[in-house]
Design a protein around this ligand. Structure first.
Ligand code: RB5
Length: 147
C-alpha cells in the first residue's frame, strides 16, 4: 500500500478477529498509527461493545478514521451509524469503498470477514484510505442528514 500518514482505529468481534490482525500488519506497513479497540482474541464478544469503543476513540479526536469488522459487517455498520457524528459504510469491493469516501465522506469502514476474502479486504482498505471526499453537492447532501 502507498504510504498514508493516518491515525486509524480498528476493531472487530470474534467473526472479524483474524482479518483485523491481518489488516493491522498491512496498515502498519503503510505508515498508519493504529489503535486497536479489540477484540483481543477469537473468543466471542458483542459487536456493539466494540463499535462503541471505536466511536469513543474517534469522538476524542485521537484517530481520524476507523475500521470495524464482524462476520457480515452489518452489525458493526448498524451499531456505528447510531452515532450521528459519524458515517459508517459497509463495503464489499473497491468501487463501494471509493464511492463511500468520494460521495459519502465515510469516516468508518465496515467489513464482513465472512463475506469477502483477505485480499479483497486489503484492496478495499487501500482504496478507502487513499480516496478523498469530493465535497460540493455531496457535502450539501451530507448536511441534510445532520441534526
Ligand atoms: C457473530 O456470529 C455475527 O453475528 C457477527 O459477527 C456479525 O456478523 C453481526 O452482524
Amino acid at each position: 500500500m502507498e504510504k498514508v500518514a493516518e491515525k486509524i482505529a480498528i476493531g472487530s468481534d470474534h467473526g472479524g478477529f483474524e482479518l483485523k490482525e491481518r489488516l493491522k500488519v498491512v496498515l502498519a506497513e503503510a505508515g498508519c498509527v493504529i489503535t486497536d479497540v479489540g477484540c483481543p482474541s477469537p473468543a466471542a464478544v458483542d459487536y456493539p461493545d466494540i463499535a462503541q469503543a471505536l466511536l469513543r476513540i474517534l469522538a476524542s479526536g485521537a484517530c481520524q478514521h476507523g475500521i470495524l469488522i464482524c462476520g457480515t459487517g452489518i452489525g458493526m455498520s448498524i451499531a456505528a451509524n447510531r452515532d450521528r457524528r459519524f458515517r459508517a459504510a459497509l463495503c464489499h469491493d473497491e468501487y463501494t469503498a471509493r464511492m463511500s469516501r468520494e460521495h459519502n465522506d465515510a469516516n468508518i469502514l465496515c467489513l464482513g470477514a465472512r463475506v469477502i476474502g483477505a485480499g479483497v479486504a486489503e484492496g478495499i482498505v487501500r482504496t478507502w484510505l487513499t480516496t478523498t471526499f469530493a465535497g460540493g453537492r455531496h457535502q450539501m447532501r451530507i448536511d441534510k442528514m445532520r441534526g
